[in-house]
Design a protein around this ligand. Sequence first.
Ligand code: 3EB
Length: 336
Amino acid sequence: MATHTHGLGCRLLRSGVPAPSGRHVLGRVAFLDHHSAPAIHAGVAGVGVHLAKDENDLVTEVWETDSPVTSGMYQDLAYAHDGDYLFCAGQVAGTGSYREPVRHAYRAAFDLIAKLDYPNVLRIWHFINDINRANADGLEIYRDFCLGRAEAVDGLPGRAGDMPAATGIGSLGGGISWYLLASRTGRVRNLENPLQVPAPSYPPRYGPRPPKFARATSFTPDGLDGAGDLFVAGTASILGHRTVHAGDVEKQCDVTFGNMATVIGRENLLANGIDDSRTLKDLRFVKVYVRHEEDVPVVAAKCEEAFSDTAEIAYFTVDICRSDLLVEIEGIAPRA
Ligand code: 3EB
């Protein structure tokens, strides 16, 4: 991560135009006041996600690596890889039914992963416009998306169907923008949270097919021990499979912090055979999604207390996959 001078690194910057760092850019995700399709610009693979209300609110996430990258387009996907890591970004245009195009987009990405030989998927992000609105058939768009994703994952061979930590969150436009990171080597372990029902086991009340993602993904490069880089999925105020504290954003923050701390804490890592331990203070590159703009100050105050002074924290005002969720938070606990 940014603390690394080698391996996969991240920068989360409060500006639209990041200064060069001297490392190789694997992928660039710009959180903009408009949408911009996956593309290669000056050799850099990237996508523009419509997540900012105006141009004073821009954030850029840059993924960096050690070796020169090769970038290109595969179907509608923009990708780059360096022999160790792969970045891939896609977009599904707004439509009355996402099921088929999401299945198609996921399949294309997994074809690319197989073709280029990056079988370890580390992390996936999805930004879904009108996430709580009904599609042409009256199905909520998030549920429509989950249906296509589940069908795509059904068709994947062996371990490829074992999905990593993800984010599935609203956006302000552009259909569905999404991106993923994968590696050729190293060890990937997907973790669950003992306080939450695994998302793939959610009961049918939440939609015809459940969300397919893990609560966290541990990525340990070859030759190293412990949890490595811990990617924590978008996390919300859910215990078991139920939303708790509907209508109370502060209590939703507390449950979210508890969920994140539990997933990366010593007990859960040991239960997964990983001799390591992390806390909320180890989290970096934190993205905080807040449903109502007026809640941002109180959520930010809670986050500043919960996370480290040195954590990069970006706040976005967007809808969340369940109408009763007011806040969702993700982060990365990088290896030391
Ligand atoms: C949850 O725990 C909250 O559909 O990929 C969090 C992270 C959530 C990822 C996804 C959804 C997703 O169910 C929502």
